[in-house]
Ligand binder design. Structure first.
Ligand SMILES: [Zn+2]
Length: 312
């Protein structure tokens, strides 16, 4: 890549979409944030087109676009159907971005990956030990996801949806999740799901989001605390299942819920330790928080965009 060739990284999450312009060495130049919660697809598309157009005015030579998106995603069509954005079903994000850039006279390459895979790509770029080891990146936020790292690479799977473990079951005869599956970890541990569980568990104070639930738990509300701890136990069990299947003992944790709630994070750590104990080959369990915050999926998208240029 020449120094005048620029990249765009896009991160699609349940509450926000961020779109950043990156240098050829993946340094952020400028980015835009678009709210994605409770808005129509048409309104969001309007904002996406505006942001792309503004970034293309700053640098006219956009050679590649990378997208990190909450799943499920369609790798070939570059369409997204994130569970937490009901307005987006087979939403043709790739076609929209390419169309807008064509209007700004750029014809870039484009590729998509799961958002947690994007975070893992960013983590690998910052932690050199991941070049020679295996790890599982767990994201506990509005939604739950994961990514498997092995020797500097992220496993993407046959359809790009590897690590979609928020909708892996931890209760085979449990309740039906909004995705339609039974006993999903996200039913118990998702940030917005925990608000619903809290009300079922007897929380009587009005709460609208996880931050309010966590404040209530910190102030001593036992039903609120129990709800958060059940969520942390559910994701700990799901994580141990992944560790068992893949024989890996390094866990990296991120996401708005895990990073904002010590009650959740401490319970997650203690439950992981408890639940790996019967399995001697996992005795070297290590857990740490991710090196970057929630912006890492956007950086991961820019890294994907750069990889696409170099691999072609
Ligand atoms: Zn589910």
């Amino acid at each position: 890549m020449s120094s005048s060739q620029y990249l765009i990284g896009i991160d699609v999450g349940g509450t926000k979409i961020t779109i950043g312009l990156y240098s050829p060495t993946c340094e952020l130049q400028q980015n835009y944030r678009i709210d994605s919660g409770n808005r129509s697809a048409a309104d969001i598309e309007f904002d996406i087109r505006n942001a792309i157009s503004e970034l293309a005015k700053i640098q006219s030579s956009i050679v590649s676009v990378g997208i990190s998106s909450a799943g499920p995603i369609d790798l070939q069509r570059i369409e997204i159907s994130p569970v937490n954005i009901p307005g987006f079903r087979k939403f043709p994000l790739g076609a929209i971005v390419l169309d807008q850039l064509a209007r700004n006279e750029s014809k870039p390459k484009i590729a998509i990956q799961g958002d947690i895979i994007g975070m893992a790509r960013a983590e690998i770029s910052l932690d050199s030990t991941l070049q020679t080891s295996s790890a599982f990146l767990v994201n506990a936020g509005t939604g739950i996801g994961g990514a498997l790292i092995a020797n500097g690479k992220v496993l993407t799977g046959d359809t790009g949806n590897s690590g979609y473990f928020g909708h892996a079951s931890v209760t085979f005869d449990g309740p039906t999740c909004k995705c339609g599956a039974i006993g999903c970890v996200e039913f118990y541990a998702g940030g917005s799901a925990m608000v619903s569980r809290a009300i079922e568990n007897g929380v009587t104070q009005p709460i609208t989001d996880f931050a309010e639930l966590n404040s209530l738990a910190e102030s001593g509300d036992q039903a609120a605390r129990r709800t958060i701890e059940i969520g942390a136990s559910a994701i700990a069990q799901a994580t141990v299942n992944v560790m068992l299947i893949n024989d890996l003992s390094k866990i990296i944790c991120t996401g708005g819920v895990a990073l904002s709630s010590e009650i959740f994070y401490q319970k997650f750590i203690s439950d992981l330790a408890l639940r790996v104990r019967p399995h001697a080959f996992l005795a070297n369990l290590t857990v740490r928080k991710a090196l970057l915050n929630s912006s890492s999926a956007e950086l991961g998208a820019a890294l994907l965009a750069r990889e696409v240029v170099f691999s072609s």
